[in-house]
Design a binder for this molecule. Structure first.
Ligand code: URA
Length: 249
């Protein structure tokens, strides 16, 4: 048994997570264009998320390189989350990575260490990366929200709107070849849609010309292990998309 097989077995994904070979040879990528905006819920005061983003993005991040952007995040007070967290969690990995994985927000472990996805969900993410022969150090991992929300609640719309420009600048700097949005918060924020994960999975979306795959959040997979098979399908779609993009270049 090789290392990957052992890992899949441990994750309860073996033999379910066996890659069908014909998938490797299907390079055609049908990119789904971004969905129409204005599907997001209203924020307090009546602004749509889009209007809120436009007001708050400020355009000031567009010239920042990684060190200044990190500093900007560290000193951010755009929403109340910073006051309640230990430290900001900017992101980690190769700043020129081909693969970008985007989660929701730091939890307790991430708040304590300053690194995204280091708790239980992070260990599962590491194993998912191993399954597609990637190491954490080869990819970039970031969250939509850089500060831990109280009681690990889901972020509010205004918090997403305040923080999203930082992620957008990270993406512009990294210029990944593919983005994997892990869970509803990441998918909704990057695709500007309120559609369900179920309806967004299984297709190649696009974020500013970059292919984007929607999958489940690892924390959800820990609660619903039967969905791991679907998550493997999503990773296979991501790998096929990368291969197709490489062959089209
Ligand atoms: N969940 C996330 O979305 N991000 C983390 O960094 C940790 C858990």
């Amino acid at each position: 048994m090789d290392r990957r097989e052992a890992m899949l077995r441990e994750l309860n994904m073996h033999p379910m997570w066996v890659r069908r070979e014909q998938a490797v040879n299907t390079p055609e990528v049908n990119v789904v264009q971004p969905e129409a905006p204005a599907l997001m819920p209203e924020v307090q005061g009546g602004d749509s998320l889009r209007e809120f983003q436009l007001k708050n993005a400020g355009g000031a991040l567009g010239s920042l390189a990684f060190p200044e952007l990190k500093e900007k995040v560290r000193s951010c007070e755009l929403c109340a989350l910073r006051a309640g967290c230990t430290q900001t969690v900017f992101g980690v990995g190769n700043e020129q990575a081909d693969w970008l994985f985007v989660g929701e927000a730091p939890g307790a472990d991430e708040d304590a260490t300053g690194e995204p996805f280091v708790g239980h969900a992070g260990r599962l993410l590491d194993n998912m990366l191993l399954a597609i022969k990637l190491k954490r150090s080869e990819v970039y991992i970031a969250n939509v929200i850089k500060c831990r929300p109280p009681d690990d609640r889901h972020p509010h719309v205004n918090e997403v709107a305040s923080c999203l420009p930082y992620l957008k600048r990270q993406i512009a700097l990294i210029q990944p070849k593919i983005i994997v949005a892990l869970g509803k918060t990441a998918a909704s924020a990057l695709l500007n849609t309120d559609a369900t994960i179920a309806s967004l999975r299984g297709r190649v979306h696009e974020y500013h010309g970059i292919p984007l795959i929607v999958s489940f959040h690892p924390a959800y997979l820990l609660r619903s292990p039967m969905e791991k098979a679907k998550s493997w399908q999503d990773l296979c779609l991501a790998m096929d998309t990368m291969k197709a993009c490489a062959s089209q270049q």
